[in-house]
Write a new protein. Structure first.
Length: 67
């Protein structure tokens, strides 16, 4: 399997892809999102939101189909 390579600085290896929690916190003092980025140059791979669980477990909200 090939190691991932940063498109900005060309650093190789999954150990260089790190995540940082947001400074914004919920009432439970957990981060609202995490940012996945290269630890060498800071290139952002993506932002991942926190998981929200309802009283009966995870909830999925689907928009109604527009006619």
């Amino acid at each position: 399997m090939a190691d991932p390579k940063c498109p900005e600085c060309e650093t190789r290896g999954s150990e260089h892809i790190v995540s940082t929690p947001s400074e914004e916190k919920s009432r439970e003092n957990t981060p609202w999102f995490y940012t996945a980025h290269c630890d060498n140059c800071g290139h952002v791979y993506g932002i991942f939101t926190k998981h929200v669980f309802g009283r009966s477990g995870p909830q999925l909200i689907v928009e109604p189909k527009k006619v």
